[in-house]
Design a protein around this ligand. Structure first.
Ligand code: PGA
Length: 254
């Protein structure tokens, strides 16, 4: 369980926030604050902000991600964006299977799997989100839920491709609620995810995968969460919308 085997990554998930001028201002404020980061820094922005943010971060250590992509290469899928379209722009990461997509937009493990496979084939690095609902935790089936998501979401993904993926453990009850999982709860599930990956792919591959915690992570609680052996980074929603807060979390990831 050597943390040096994998990259720590702090990723901001801006969700449906920021117009282009607001996005430009936020990222320009962020650039000097995170320029000496000891970890990977990613901002996952709305599609409409991709070009603005890609231009603004040129020559810096900030990488850019989208918040979804479709599994087909092209065609009659009104409102969707393909992985190739993102790659052509210079986008490197894509968030897939976020619980908000699962809850509000009918995303299932099957579609998350198809999107993951398509994103990898196009050359994107997927940040695949898994996590249990509150009543699943309360009924003690967290591990079953997480194991099922990991097995289904990565179905057919090779070991080499898995190493390009980031997994975000986001307990649904902690997202946007101000209710953070304790560092021990986060560690427990992140370690379980790694053990599940080890069974499927072998320990060496599992040890190489970056596993983030997400859910009300902020400048105050980040250091404790990130000190845990299997918590390799964070996927940050609310706190990524303020450059000073986000940069404090980046600084905690050493
Ligand atoms: P939050 O969101 O930090 O606002 O809880 C995290 C996420 O949904 O990725």
């Amino acid at each position: 369980m050597n943390k040096n085997l994998r990259q720590a990554i702090i990723a901001g998930n801006w969700k449906m926030n920021k117009t282009r001028p607001e996005a430009k201002a936020l990222v320009e404020e962020l650039i000097p604050l995170v320029k000496d980061a000891d970890c990977g820094v990613v901002v996952c922005v709305p599609f409409t902000n991709l070009e603005t943010v890609l231009n603004a971060v040129k020559g810096t250590n900030i990488k850019v991600g989208a918040q979804n992509c479709h599994f087909e290469k092209s065609g009659a899928f009104t409102g969707e964006i393909s992985a190739d379209m993102l790659v052509e722009m210079g986008v490197e990461y894509v968030v897939l299977g976020h619980s908000e997509r699962r809850q509000y937009f009918g995303e299932t493990d099957e579609t998350v799997n198809k999107r993951t496979v398509a994103a990898l084939a196009a050359g994107l690095k997927p940040i695949v989100c898994v996590g249990e609902l509150l009543w699943e935790r309360e009924t003690n089936i967290t591990e079953e839920v997480i194991a099922r998501q990991i097995k289904l979401d990565f179905y057919g993904v090779s070991a080499d491709d898995l190493k390009k993926c980031v997994i975000a453990y986001e307990p649904v009850w902690a997202i946007g609620t101000g209710k953070t999982a304790t560092a021990d709860q986060a560690q427990e599930v992140c370690a379980f995810i790694r053990a599940t990956l080890a069974k499927l792919y072998g320990q060496a591959v599992a040890d190489a995968v970056t596993i983030q915690y997400g859910g009300s992570m902020n400048a105050k609680n980040a250091a404790e969460l990130l000190s845990k052996p299997d918590v390799d980074g964070g996927l940050i929603g609310g706190a990524s919308l303020k450059a000073p807060d986000f940069s404090e979390i980046v600084k905690a990831a050493k």
